[in-house]
Design a protein around this ligand. Structure first.
Ligand SMILES: Nc1nc2c(ncn2[C@@H]2O[C@H](COP(=O)(O)OP(=O)(O)OP(=O)(O)O)[C@@H](O)[C@H]2O)c(=O)[nH]1
Ligand SMILES: [Mg+2]
Ligand SMILES: [Zn+2]
Ligand SMILES: [Zn+2]
Length: 507
C-alpha cells in the first residue's frame, strides 16, 4: 500500500484509535476511582468528559466487568492488587483490538488487475474490511496457520468490548472519508473531461489510423494500463501493480508513454488536438514534395511566432525536408501517417497528421486495398494534379480518373451513397507552378482545368464536395511558401487556434 491509500487508512483508523484511546483513558480513571470496570464514550458535556456506557448499556458492560473480576480473583484476593490486575487486563484488551487494526488483511490494498490500487475507500469491500479491522487478530492468525486461531478466540472476552467499540468508532470517519473522496473524484473527473474535450477531443493512431478518445498507457515496468483519468483508482495519480505512480491530471500526463488501444503500437499522442489531412493525386503529381515543402514552410513560419514544430516520423524529418526536391517515389501500400507536433507557451499541443499515399493506389487495379481509415477521420483532402500533364501530350492519369478511383474508395469507406455531398474541405492543387508558363494564380486553376478538358472533373467534384478551393503551388527550391496554403486552409477549417498561431498567408 502506498501514498494516498496509506493516508486515507491512516486518517480513518487514526480517528477511531484516538477516540477509543480517550475512552480507554476515561475507563481507567473510573476504575482507579470506583474499582469497577465500565466502558466510557468520550463525549465532553456539562463539565464531564465522557458518558458511562454502563448506565445505558449495562447488559453489555456488566459481563465484561464480571469476567475481569473473576479472572482477577483467581489470582489474588487483595482488593488493591485486584484493581491493578483489572487495569492491566483492560489495557491489554484495548491493545489486542488495536493490534488487530494494523494486521495485514485489513490494511492490504494490493489489487489483482490494473491499475491495481483502488483508493482505499472505493475498493470493493472497503466498508466491510474497515468494520472488521479491530477483529484483525482472528484473520491474521487464521492466515498464518489455522490452529493458531484458537489463541485470539480464547482471548476474545478480553478484547471483544474494545473491538466492538472501535468498530462503531470506525463507521463515522469511514463514511465521511468516503464522501469526501467521492466528491473529489467526481469534481476531478468532471474537470478532466472538460479539459480533455477542449484540448484534445480524440487521438488518432498513425499506424492503424483508427481514432479513439484516449490511448492506453505503458508503465515503465511494462504493464499496459488504461489511460489514467480521475476515478476510483485515484484522482491525482493511479498506482500500477508494481507500485509505480501514474499521474492522471492533464498537465502531467502528456509525458506518459502511450500505445494504441487497437493495434498496440507505440504512438505519441501528447494530448495534442489532431488535425488530419489526406493526400490524393496521380503518380508523380507532386504530393510528397508538396507535403515536405509545406512542412518546411510551416516550420519556418512557426519559428517567427515562437511556436515549436517537432516531426516525430522520419517521412517529415529535417533530413527528408532538406532533400524534398529529390523526394523518392512513395511506395504503394498503407503507410504510417506523418506526424508533426506544434506547441507554444500560449497554445495547447497540436498534432498535424498527413496521410501521403502513392499515386499508384488511384490507378485501376484488381483487388485493391481500401484505405479504410485514411479517409474515415480526415479533416480535409489535398487533391494534387500536375498541370503539365494536362497540356503536354496528356501523360499520366487525368484528374478525373484519379478522382473517380478516390471517390469510389471514399464513399465505400465512409459508408455513404456515391451521390451524397460531403462537407469535408477539398483543396484542389495545381503543383509545379515554377515550371508552368504562364504561372497560375489560385483563381486561375478552376478555369485552367475546364479549358484543358477537365470540365467533367470540376463538375463532378463540386457536386460531391460542398467546400472546394483551388490552389496553385510550387514546391521547389526555397520558393515553396505557397505549398503550405492548401494545408493551412484545411487547418483553419478545423482548428482556428492553430491556424492563427502560425502566419501562413492565404491571400
Ligand atoms: N519543378 C517542380 N518539380 C516538382 C514539384 N513538385 C514535385 N516535383 C517533381 O515531380 C516529381 C514527382 O514528385 P513527387 O512529390 O514524388 O510526386 P508524388 O505525387 O508524391 O508521386 P508518388 O509518390 O509516386 O505518387 C519529382 O521528380 C519532383 O521533384 C514542383 O513544385 N516543381
Ligand atoms: Mg509521393
Ligand atoms: Zn493503432
Ligand atoms: Zn509499473
Amino acid at each position: 500500500m502506498k501514498g494516498m491509500n496509506k493516508a486515507i487508512v491512516g486518517i480513518v483508523f487514526g480517528i477511531a484509535l484516538i477516540y477509543a484511546a480517550l475512552s480507554l483513558m476515561l475507563t481507567v480513571l473510573n476504575l482507579m476511582d470506583t474499582g469497577t470496570v465500565s466502558m466510557f464514550l468520550f463525549l465532553p458535556h456539562g463539565g464531564e468528559l465522557g458518558v458511562d456506557l454502563g448506565d445505558y448499556l449495562g447488559f453489555l458492560v456488566e459481563p465484561y466487568d464480571s469476567f475481569l473480576s473473576l479472572v482477577g480473583v483467581t489470582v489474588t484476593g487483595d482488593a488493591g492488587t485486584l484493581k491493578i490486575i483489572e487495569l492491566v487486563l483492560v489495557v491489554a484488551g484495548f491493545a489486542l483490538a488495536a493490534a488487530g487494526m494494523v494486521t495485514r488483511p485489513s490494511l492490504d490494498c494490493t489489487g489483482t488487475n490494473n491499475p491495481a490500487q483502488y483508493l482505499w475507500t472505493h475498493r470493493p469491500g472497503a466498508a466491510a474490511r474497515c468494520l472488521t479491522a479491530p477483529w484483525g487478530l482472528l484473520t491474521a492468525c487464521w492466515r498464518r496457520s489455522k490452529p493458531l486461531v484458537i489463541v485470539p478466540i480464547v482471548l476474545l472476552p478480553f478484547y471483544a468490548s474494545w473491538a466492538l467499540m472501535m468498530t462503531v468508532f470506525l463507521i463515522i470517519p469511514f463514511a465521511v472519508m468516503r464522501a469526501v473522496i467521492g466528491a473529489r473524484i467526481r469534481s476531478a473527473a468532471k474537470r478532466e473531461g472538460r479539459e480533455y474535450e477542449k484540448s484534445t477531443q480524440y487521438a488518432v493512431c498513425p499506424k492503424c489510423k483508427r481514432n479513439f478518445v484516449r490511448p492506453k498507457v505503458k508503465c515503465k515496468c511494462g504493464l499496459d494500463l488504461d489511460y489514467p483519468v480521475p476515478n476510483a483508482y485515484g484522482y491525482k495519480y493511479h498506482v500500477c501493480n508494481n507500485g509505480h505512480e501514474i499521474p492522471c491530471t492533464s498537465g502531467k500526463r502528456s509525458n506518459l508513454r502511450t500505445i494504441c488501444p487497437y493495434c498496440g503500437a507505440d504512438i505519441e499522442t501528447r494530448e495534442a488536438m489532431p488535425v488530419s489531412v489526406a493526400m490524393v493525386g496521380a503518380v508523380g503529381s507532386g504530393k510528397t514534395t508538396m507535403m515536405l515543402a509545406a512542412v518546411d514552410t510551416i516550420t519556418k513560419m512557426a519559428r517567427t511566432r515562437d511556436v515549436s514544430v517537432e516531426a516525430v516520423t522520419p517521412g517529415v524529418s529535417k533530413q527528408a525536408v532538406m532533400a524534398k526536391d529529390v523526394a523518392p517515389k512513395t511506395a504503394p501500400g498503407e503507410l504510417d501517417t506523418e506526424c508533426l507536433f506544434l506547441r507554444s507557451r500560449t497554445m495547447q499541443d497540436k498534432e498535424l497528421m498527413i496521410n501521403d499515399i502513392s499515386g499508384q493506389e488511384f490507378e485501376p487495379r484488381e483487388g485493391k486495398a481500401l484505405f479504410e481509415e485514411y479517409y474515415t477521420y480526415t479533416d480535409g483532402i489535398v487533391f494534387a494534379f500536375d498541370p503539365m500533364s494536362l497540356t503536354r501530350q496528356r501523360r499520366g492519369a487525368m484528374p478525373m480518373d484519379v478522382f473517380e478511383s478516390f471517390h469510389f474508395m471514399y464513399s465505400q469507406i465512409t459508408g455513404t451513397s456515391p451521390n451524397k455531398v460531403s462537407d469535408v474541405p477539398m483543396a484542389v492543387v495545381a503543383t509545379k507552378n515554377d515550371i508552368v508558363s504562364p504561372r497560375l494564380a489560385d483563381k486561375d486553376v478552376r478555369r485552367f482545368l475546364i479549358e484543358n478538358g477537365q470540365d467533367g472533373f470540376v463538375r463532378v467534384l463540386e457536386s460531391l464536395f460542398s467546400d472546394v478551393r483551388y490552389f496553385a503551388v510550387s514546391s521547389y527550391g526555397d520558393d515553396c511558401m505557397s505549398a503550405a496554403k492548401p494545408f493551412w486552409w484545411i487547418v483553419s477549417k478545423t482548428d482556428q487556434e492553430l491556424a492563427g498561431a502560425v502566419p501562413i498567408e492565404m491571400d
